[in-house]
Design a protein around this ligand. Sequence first.
Ligand code: BJW
Length: 223
Amino acid sequence: MTRIVILTGAGVSAESGLGTFRDKGGLWDRYDLAQVATPEGFVRNPALVHDFYNARRANALDALPNAAHRALARLQGARAGVTLVTQNIDDLHERGGAREVIHMHGQITRALCSVCGSRWDAPRAMHPRDACPACGEPATRPDMVWFGEYPYHMERIAEALAACDLFVAIGTSGEVYPAAGFVEEAAGFGAETLEINLEPSAPGRFDQVIAGPASLTVPAWVA
Ligand code: BJW
């Protein structure tokens, strides 16, 4: 059995209408990431951060999975040994039919209490004074990983990287760690590596590259 780890990024959801971060006109051109995607920014101005994520939650819930999400789900359904790790906080892999997705940067549809650590399904809009259903503290935040925070499920991902025969990165710029280091980690354990992206993110970093829009390249690769 060939064991495959697939890492997806914002590019896989771009053709579903969800903006990427670092492309021209992307989210970080329009918002200051220090204000909206760090724990310090949330402490300074929780209303601003909730507004940012409320708008993105609405967009994510209205978006539909595209052919790339569906193709990855088909691959995972058709064979054993496919670990799908996403940096995306949308649920388009699940709605595209994937049976198991590791959300290393959290999920926009979930809420987290920063006092007691409880998690629950987020309402469509969240507000700074929302009380935690478990402890009652008005300390709720979107359940996601901001800069300076420790990504989720790292032990499980490390195990999959160490055991895989093929590592595939799809639609990610490879600028944000620790995800950006997965290719070297997998290669260090002997895996072949493949990048599928609009354009190669870092020439020479992967053994092979397939360039083009994910909605075309991913179904063609999976077929
Ligand atoms: C298409 C396409 C189409 C477009 N088809 N493709 C040095 C070493 C190690 C760490 C650091 C370091 N210096 C600083 C750090 C820390 C920091 C970091 O990496 N900073 C860098 C900017 C340098 N990292 C952290 O703080 C992380 N935590 C951490 O490191 O903890 C310590 C630790 C160390 C070691 C092990 C374990 C832990 C946390 C990072 C959290 C990132 N959070 C965000 C926000 C989440 C919530 C939200 O969504 O708002 O996650 S930032 C943002 O970037 C989001 C994304 O998941 C992430 C990655 O972006 P992605 O997906 O790659 O998108 P883009 O826009 O960058 O790229 C899109 C790509 O798609 C492009 O390549 C396009 O070409 C392509 N594309 N259309 C195919 N149609």
